[in-house]
Design a protein around this ligand. Structure first.
Ligand SMILES: [Zn+2]
Length: 329
């Protein structure tokens, strides 16, 4: 089985977090910024733990200063992602990193990303949609401009609103204003929870923010009543096993609960999160799922069908992508 050639859907990525280290180093050199301390001896991103990862991530983002930088970033990311068989990808984009939450600036950055996405679709056959994301550890007030940017630019490319960043900053209800604003504008919702926060954080995220999907959500495994609620509500988990292993949210691949969640009846999907940070690709994720849990082509097909059904895109796009998942005759 060639894991690389399986057509894949990926719902949980962070655009800046997909930036190849060489791309960020190139931008830093162009702008004469010294960010050498975020790289290891081999040129990869270096961090100790989750908090340090967030610091390294934000340091890498300091090189991304203009719409043109984001146009180039989007092209670089889509070329790399398409090489691993991904035909449809959703990515978190943060107005905080694109003009500091200012709506007019955000629209310029967005136009640059859309231009790159259109070009990459024609060149590499990958479709990209964006989910506007508030950064949790910046606080509830800082998430409001992001939600406004989402509400004002919801359309063909921006298809959802979500929240990422430090999960343990505040409780979900603290951020309900932003989620309510996005919901009222018609945006479907997702939020990181249960990577670090355990079942209580997942439960509050579902009940207080009304999300359709949960980023990670693996902490739910410890609460059977919560699993029943997730199943009943049809909530989909954006599971990122390689990310969880590298950041030590789980003890290792063998200890990852993705199979237990799926066997319990929860809708799970597979994504890379921030692939170069976690030394992973979609091909590597599939290889490890095969090696650890014996997943076959049928398992991967089911995962991708679940992901497509949970994608935040319009129905025309969903129908078009569905054809790409059909096995070649
Ligand atoms: Zn994430």
């Amino acid at each position: 089985m060639s894991f690389q050639s399986i057509p894949k859907i990926e719902l949980h990525t962070h655009l800046e977090g997909c930036a190849p280290p060489s791309f960020i180093r190139g931008l830093a050199a162009e702008k004469k910024l010294d960010i050498s301390k975020i790289f290891d001896r081999n040129g990869g991103y270096a961090f100790r733990d989750f908090d340090h990862f967030l610091q390294v991530y934000e340091a890498a983002c300091t090189t991304l200063q203009s719409p043109e930088d984001f146009r180039r970033l989007t092209m670089a990311v889509l070329e790399e992602t398409a090489a691993h068989g991904v035909v449809y990808m959703e990515t978190f984009v943060s107005p905080d990193f694109c003009g500091g939450g200012d709506l007019a600036a955000w629209k310029e950055y967005l136009a640059a990303m859309v231009e790159a996405a259109d070009e990459a679709e024609a060149k590499f056959g990958i479709t990209l949609k964006g989910i506007v994301t508030g950064i949790r550890h910046f606080g509830p007030e800082a998430c409001k401009p992001a939600a406004k940017c989402a509400a004002e630019t919801f359309g063909d490319f921006i298809t959802g609103y979500g929240m990422a960043g430090g999960e343990m900053a505040g409780r979900p209800a603290d951020f309900s204003y932003s989620f309510d604003m996005a919901r009222e504008a018609g945006l479907p919702l997702t939020c990181h929870a249960g990577e670090w926060g355990g079942p209580a954080m997942v439960a509050e995220t579902i009940r207080d923010l009304g999300v359709a999907r949960v980023g990670h959500g693996i902490g739910a495994i410890d609460d059977h009543a919560l699993l029943d609620e997730i199943i009943e509500r049809g909530i989909v988990l954006e599971v990122c096993p390689g990310s969880n292993v590298v950041l030590k949210a789980v003890g290792g691949w063998d200890a990852h609960p993705i199979v237990k969640l799926r066997d319990a009846g929860v809708k799970v999907t597979v994504s890379t999160d921030d692939p170069p940070f976690f030394h992973t690709t979609m091909t590597a994720e599939y290889e490890m799922l095969h090696r650890t849990f014996g997943w076959s082509e049928d398992d991967f097909r089911a995962i991708n069908e679940t992901a497509l059904a949970a994608a935040f895109c319009d129905e025309d796009t969903r129908a078009r992508v569905a054809k790409r998942l059909e096995p070649a005759q």
